[in-house]
Design a protein around this ligand. Structure first.
Ligand SMILES: Cc1cc2nc3c(=O)[nH]c(=O)nc-3n(C[C@H](O)[C@H](O)[C@H](O)COP(=O)(O)OP(=O)(O)OC[C@H]3O[C@@H](n4cnc5c(N)ncnc54)[C@H](O)[C@@H]3O)c2cc1C
Length: 328
């Protein structure tokens, strides 16, 4: 058993770690490793099992060191603030990376907005407002990070991330950094074709010169509209399903009689029925099973197949050998 003295390698744990814990095979870093970290604590749904190691790199150079030196057989994935994630009860094998403060900077340069991948979308929208740049107002209603917005092509009110993106810097699985433009990212509605192993580091967005009063008014309208139509104070994952071509997912779900449907403490929101909520002690499988039940009922009533927008990650149980895989 190795204990807290391992903190020389910035390992945070209150428990003894067995000698075969994969944390002992990870490279020396300046950031922090947290063993057996519960991911429910860092996602909106507040459910799900642990990851073997949660890594917060000190900065970009530290992330490069980690990626270049970690053993090839250890799976790695990056998360933002978990506003679009359902972590299954069996947890996520390997290392989950959460970018920290060194990736949360945002600045205006020559009329463009440069942001780190861990910056909250709302902070980017507010920075654009301060510089009287219009076009980014929609970001104030998306509660994720810029990394999550780039991966999900997050959007609202007729605009998507790809519409404002000039370039993004990404790290490939060998630790090399590339600057890519939107046409290299294979964007579609809530979709990005970039290999899942690549990590978004930063982005440059284009706004248009505008009137700060009008921009502020638009942002307030967006935030008010969200407060009245979405369960934004609940444990949720945002829109559960993508809107099928020519249809609204919530209308299909309503028509299928699923508004308010529940499995245990997992419930289809009464307020917005494309949102699932954890009303108290739901498990990840309660939420996923409820989503699958909604899909079945919608298929039966409308003949339309709904596709998950929420990313489901990890294993259903500790015995599940798909642990760590993402279900599309
Ligand atoms: C109340 C509520 C309202 C919402 N409204 C909207 C909305 O209007 N429009 C909309 O589009 N979405 C909406 N969402 C969903 C969610 O906020 C967005 O998808 C957001 O972009 C996810 O960002 P995140 O940082 O939380 O990412 P996470 O949920 O942590 O991760 C989402 C995906 O992005 C990947 N990812 C995250 N960071 C990186 C990175 N740096 N590099 C590579 N991959 C990364 C993860 O691996 C995962 O696949 C809403 C969610 C909630 C809870």
């Amino acid at each position: 058993m190795k204990q807290r003295e391992l903190s020389s390698n910035n390992i945070m744990t209150n428990t003894d770690l067995p000698d075969n814990h994969l944390i002992h095979r990870l490279p020396e870093v300046r950031g922090s490793y947290k063993a057996d970290a519960r991911l429910g604590k860092v996602t909106w749904f507040r459910v799900g099992g642990p990851t073997d190691v949660l890594f917060t790199p000190a900065d970009q150079e530290d992330l490069v060191t980690f990626i270049k030196n970690k053993p090839a057989d250890i799976p790695v994935m990056v998360i933002g603030v978990g506003s679009n994630l359902l972590v299954r009860d069996g947890g996520v094998a390997g290392v989950v990376i959460r970018l920290g403060p060194a990736f949360s900077k945002v600045e205006i340069l020559d009329g463009q907005i440069i942001s780190g991948a861990a910056t909250l979308d709302v902070k980017v929208a507010k920075t654009a407002l301060k510089a009287s740049l219009t076009g980014l107002e929609f970001l104030c209603g998306v509660p994720g990070t810029i990394g999550g917005a780039l991966r999900m092509n997050a959007g609202a009110y007729g605009r998507e991330t790809q519409d404002i993106l000039l370039w993004t810097e990404v790290m490939d699985p060998q630790g090399n950094i590339h600057r890519l433009t939107p046409d290299q990212l294979g964007y579609a509605y809530r979709h990005c074709s970039l290999d899942k192993a690549w990590i978004f580091l930063s982005a440059c967005f284009q706004g248009e010169p505008g009137d700060s009063g009008k921009i502020a008014t638009r942002m307030k309208e967006i935030q008010d509209a969200r407060g009245s139509t979405q369960p934004i104070k609940s444990r949720t994952g945002g829109s559960t399903f993508k809107n099928p071509d020519g249809n609204k997912a919530w209308q299909l779900i309503d028509k299928a009689g699923c508004r308010g449907l529940n499995i245990g403490d997992a419930q289809v929101s009464e307020q917005h029925c494309n949102f699932l909520i954890n009303t108290d002690k739901a498990s990840a499988s309660d939420l996923e099973n409820l989503g699958e039940e909604v899909r079945r009922r919608v298929k039966d009533t409308s003949g339309i197949e709904l596709h998950w927008e929420i990313k489901r990650i990890g294993a259903t149980s500790v015995q599940d050998n798909t642990k760590g895989n993402e279900t599309l």
